[in-house]
Design a protein around this ligand. Sequence first.
Ligand code: FES
Ligand code: FE2
Length: 368
Amino acid sequence: MPSRLPPFEPDLARASTLPALAYTDAAILAAERERIFRRTWQPIAHAADVATPGSYVTGEIDGAPVVVTRDAGGVLRGFHNVCRHRAGPVALGKGARKSLTCKYHGWTYALDGALVTTPELGDVRDFDRSCHGLSPVRACAWGPLVFANLDADAEPLEGVLGAIPDETAGARLGDMKLVARKDYEIACNWKTYVDNFLEGYHLPTVHPGLSKELDYDAYRVETHRLYSAQIAPIRRAPKEQAGARQYAPPGEGKLEALYYWVFPNWMLNVYPDNMSLNVVLPLGVGRTLTVFEWFRHDGATADEIERTIRFSDGIQLEDIEICEAVQRGLASGSYEAGRFSALRENGVHHFQALVHAYLTAGTTAGAR
Ligand code: FES
Ligand SMILES: [Fe+2]
């Protein structure tokens, strides 16, 4: 359990990584679900699906079903997708309707959560409908996404995102549309995957193709309270290579890819012409689902979309291979903990400090 975790050194230059048991112990994953995944903002749906009054969309956080509605007044609302009668689902998928009707026995709720009809209740006593509305869940929309948080006391998403909305304002993320989704199941702990995402240290060795596109020497990671940003300048292509490289048009001037990671488990990769969202979901202590979604502005051709996905897919397969190998190493019994590169792994250290702080204190106190 968390008490089995040794203290975590805040000084990167002196710190050791989280111990191997943090990646292999089912009790630690159970604590992470409770203390991390159920207390943080999770992207669960797409804003386009609840753009108009009368629409709803379902999703889940750590297996807990959630429904988000846009009520008649245009207010976005989140609820547990759990009927107050006997816990059936009040909504499936997504759609538009005036009310939500439970799939089990047909109790009906208004889009503001109020219980409005209860068929065939008979001569039930001491039952006040107004006390049996759907249980609220915090929800909000940002960019093309809808987020929810099971913790009523959690800091608003706005505070968590810090400068990200301003820094990405130019990309008009809110106008981007979902164009593709791909799921990958990986034989590693969710943190093995996140650790790997948070450093560019492995770029030259694991991703030689991507390395050609990015200026490795200028690659840097900036950590903020609850997120970090990897800044990867894109190399300009010589004129003769125009069209042969994925992102680099010939010419002068600054062009950057922005890789944001937001605690604990989702990333936004913002490129000049598209963005992708990666969500990292634990399926078991050594099993992780990563969901990739690509968003683009209108006007992208099928060819462009295909090219973007193919490039990203190649990188993901390289990451999966190394993450699965690392997981086997972590579980080998030979490895206790390691040291960080003080030059290249500040983002990994920052993430691990947050995980440690949430697990041991249940708050961000002490984490940077
Ligand atoms: S569980 Fe919803 S109406 Fe029975
Ligand atoms: Fe990678």
